[in-house]
Design a protein. Structure first.
Length: 92
């Protein structure tokens, strides 16, 4: 049972990283591009970085939502299937 729990936890962490990576990567790239543009144009407006990040991250999240839901649903179905295969324990 320990190896099954470790495997599920490992898959859960991998799935979390896989689901967060596109959104965080997009925010990183947009922030870098806006920072370079600010450095080149010498515009030092603090709010200028937030608006493009929020918009583009929102669009990427909307585009990737079906894929994310399918990945989470597949993982959940696998965990439920593994719970059904688990040996029954207890002493009652």
């Amino acid at each position: 049972m320990d190896s099954a729990a470790i495997d599920i936890t490992k898959r859960m962490v991998e799935l979390t990283i896989l689901l967060c990576l596109p959104i965080l990567g997009t925010a990183l790239v947009v922030g870098l591009i806006v920072s370079i543009l600010q450095a080149v144009t010498q515009i030092n407006e603090m709010t200028l970085t937030f608006v493009p990040k929020i918009l583009i991250v929102g669009v990427v999240t909307l585009i990737l939502t079906p894929w994310m839901i399918s990945m989470i649903s597949e993982f959940t179905a696998d965990v439920i299937r593994l719970m059904g295969d688990a040996p029954r324990g207890g002493g009652f």
